[in-house]
Ligand binder design. Structure first.
Ligand code: SF4
Length: 115
C-alpha cells in the first residue's frame, strides 16, 4: 500500500506518504510525531470531529452550533449528521451543554451559547 496525504493536524499542511502493510507502516514527509500518528490513523482507522447546527425550538429562526466531543469513525459521519439533524435544543443553552450522550461513541455538545 502507498498513500499520499496532506496532514491536517496543523496549518503547516505537510505532504505525507504512508507505505507498507497494516502493522508495519512507514511514514515519510512528516515534520513531527503528531503528523506521523495522524497519517497512520488515517490509513487504519480514520476519524473526524463533526461540527453542525441544531434548531433552537423556542426561538424563531435560531440555530445553536454543536460538535462531537471527540472524533468519530469517518464512515459514520453521514449517519451522524442525519441524527444531529433530528436534534433540537431549548434556549437558554451554554457552551459545553450535552444534547446527546452517545453518537457513535461521542457526546454532542453545544459550542455557542444561546440565551
Ligand atoms: S506533520 Fe506536524 S508539522 Fe506537519 S502538518 Fe502535521 S502536525 Fe503540522
Amino acid at each position: 500500500m502507498k498513500k499520499d496525504l496532506i496532514c491536517i493536524v496543523c496549518p503547516r499542511g505537510c505532504s505525507v506518504t504512508v507505505e507498507g502493510e497494516i502493522g508495519a507502516l512507514k511514514v515519510t514527509g512528516c515534520s513531527c510525531t503528531k503528523g506521523e500518528q495522524y497519517a497512520i490513523e488515517e490509513c487504519t482507522h480514520p476519524t473526524r470531529t463533526v461540527t453542525s447546527i441544531v434548531r433552537v425550538s423556542n426561538r424563531e429562526d435560531t440555530m445553536a452550533s454543536v460538535k462531537t466531543s471527540c472524533p468519530i469513525p469517518k464512515e459514520s459521519i453521514f449517519a451522524a449528521m442525519e441524527s444531529i439533524r433530528g436534534l433540537s435544543v431549548e434556549a437558554p443553552v451554554c457552551v459545553g451543554d450535552v444534547i446527546c450522550k452517545d453518537l457513535y461513541g461521542a457526546e454532542v455538545v453545544v459550542t455557542k451559547e444561546v440565551l
